[in-house]
Design a protein around this ligand. Structure first.
Ligand code: BGC
Length: 516
């Protein structure tokens, strides 16, 4: 009974696939596109509306696909363009929209754009990246640090200049002040829209750099206290980033031109990943008319997890800015943070069945908030993080840099398992897989859980079916303030046809819904 005027993405449940770890089809221990295609029924049967696939473009894989060397081709280990077309056709047949993960802020240093640009100061691509003179004493132009550790500037001897990189030195930042760069991304958008994709998750959109000199130093963050978590102790967090490193006003040159391309194709969706010192305020700027449709909201993604009060506060802050709109997307887990099943249960000493109940509760909670919801592969199985990956098996460059103090992101990226008794849990027939399979995950294997009555997978699937018939959840994006006692989260979702009270009880780990 979805008789509303909302766009599909305003209420969508989006299932995030990390292609390297979803399903291997050619026995090399690495997931691939045909593997995803073979598992689409599992995703469609869950009742989600869309999939978002993390990058599968040509890439040296230094940051596992977020370092792209060709935006219009597939990395050979993931398959071919025709494999992608087959995936897309099957997904559409099953009623799933398909979003791909575009990385406009930086590319790989192996992209031909950078290979050319770094050669000299006067080649045709000379101005496609941020090339800046050293200070008179030879030091980098600013004190900016990279997210992954060390300075955000690296030296290029051929040009006798520094170039900017907010992540690895092999991920040079593109210069979006150059209209040719923006046009190149418009062409990339057309390439994928023409193939039929329904939208883009836009990676790290706040780290696009489009301003030119003078580059200003970041100020110290006066509120910095080294957190308990190794991740929060990194030098990056000792700085404020609003002097020009992040969330530059000129990024909107990119959002506006990219949106114009999307609008030309009709019902397509642009969801920007956006973090930063004041992400809610920035999200409002990024989703102003003519810019992105929505931003991917980090309020529920805190590395350490949130207690019930923390959850209330995080929801309240996001809703305060966006109530009445679908311009935000909530998530509890993704490929960059420890899984919610691990974070939210830290220190609670929950039994196995309580852990599953808690995970289901979180899934229901986020699916009842306004806007879209992103579910990360394995959340529907209540998978937990894998904390004991030996240092010599680690893959994430961020974790390798800081291990053993900070283990990086491998812990949430280990391969999905499908059948307890199949080799490598059904993920791959290879002798070894790119990250180890977690033996504990085998008791929660995907296809097994889809068969087991009352599994988290089946309970969530039931819930999503029910959700589609609730006018208050599907027809309008309006909710009341967040209420409830110390162990409860209560709010109303409100539409013309229905007011639905949603109550999440963190003591009994149950959700109750009443039409008022
Ligand atoms: C992605 C990360 C990636 C980074 C650099 C993000 O925020 O989600 O996985 O390492 O951007 O592209």
């Amino acid at each position: 009974m979805n008789t509303n005027n909302l766009n599909w993405w305003e209420t969508a449940i989006i299932y995030q696939i990390y292609p390297r770890s979803f399903q291997d089809s050619n026995d090399d221990g690495i997931g691939d596109l045909p593997g995803i295609t073979s598992r689409l029924e599992y995703i469609a049967n869950l009742g989600v509306d869309a999939i978002w696939i993390s990058p599968f473009f040509k890439s040296p894989q230094k940051d596992f696909g977020y370092d792209v060397s060709d935006y219009c081709d597939i990395n050979p280990e993931y398959g071919t363009l025709s494999d992608f077309d087959a995936l897309l056709a099957k997904a559409h047949k099953l009623g799933l929209k398909v979003m791909v993960d575009i990385v406009p802020a930086h590319c790989s240093d192996e992209h031909v754009w950078f290979e050319e640009s770094r050669q000299s100061r006067d080649n045709p691509k000379a101005d496609w990246f941020h090339w800046v003179e050293p200070n008179p004493d030879g030091t980098p132009p600013t004190n900016w640090l990279s997210f992954f550790g060390g300075p955000a500037w690296s030296w290029e001897p051929l040009r006798q200049q520094y170039y900017l990189h907010n992540f690895l030195s092999s991920q040079p930042n593109l210069n979006h002040a150059n209209p040719a760069v923006r046009e190149a991304f418009n062409d990339i958008a057309r390439f994928w829209f023409d193939r039929g994709v329904d939208g883009f998750r836009i990676d790290a959109v706040h780290t696009i750099n489009a301003d030119s000199e003078p580059y200003k130093n970041n100020l110290a963050n006066p509120e910095f206290v080294p957190g308990d978590l190794p991740q929060q102790q990194q030098p990056f967090f000792r700085q404020l980033h609003d002097s020009g490193q992040l969330n530059q006003p000129a990024i909107q040159l990119f959002t506006e031109s990219f949106r114009a391309v999307a609008d030309h194709y009709g019902d397509r969706y642009l969801m920007g990943e956006l973090h930063g010192d004041d992400a809610i305020k920035a999200s409002q700027t990024f989703t102003a008319p003519g810019r992105l449709h929505a931003t991917y909201n980090f309020n529920l993604l805190h590395w350490v997890g949130l207690d019930v009060d923390g959850l209330k506060d995080a929801i309240t802050k996001a809703i305060g800015a966006f109530n009445g709109t679908g311009r935000l997307s909530f998530a509890f887990s993704n490929h960059d943070v420890p899984r919610s099943a691990t974070r939210q249960m830290l220190g609670l000493g929950l039994q196995e069945d309580q852990q599953q109940a808690m995970q289901l509760l979180l899934l229901k909670l986020e699916s009842c908030l306004i806007g879209s919801t992103c579910i990360y592969q394995g959340e529907e199985l209540a998978l937990q993080d894998v904390q004991d990956i030996p240092v010599d098996k680690m893959q994430d460059p961020w974790g390798i840099e800081f291990a053993p103090v900070f283990l990086g992101r491998d812990t949430c990226r280990t391969p999905m398992v499908w059948s307890e008794n199949a080799p490598n849990g059904g993920f791959s027939k290879a002798n070894s897989t790119w990250l180890p399979i977690d033996q504990r995950h085998l008791q929660r294997a995907g296809l097994d859980e889809a068969q087991r009555p009352h599994s988290v997978y089946n309970e969530f699937a039931e819930f999503l079916k029910w959700r589609k018939n609730q006018p208050a959840l599907m027809n309008e994006n309006t909710m009341s303030e967040v209420m409830g006692g110390p162990n409860e989260i209560i709010f109303d979702r409100i539409s013309e046809q229905q007011t639905l009270r949603c109550l999440f009880d963190f003591e009994s780990l149950t959700a109750t819904f009443t039409t008022k």
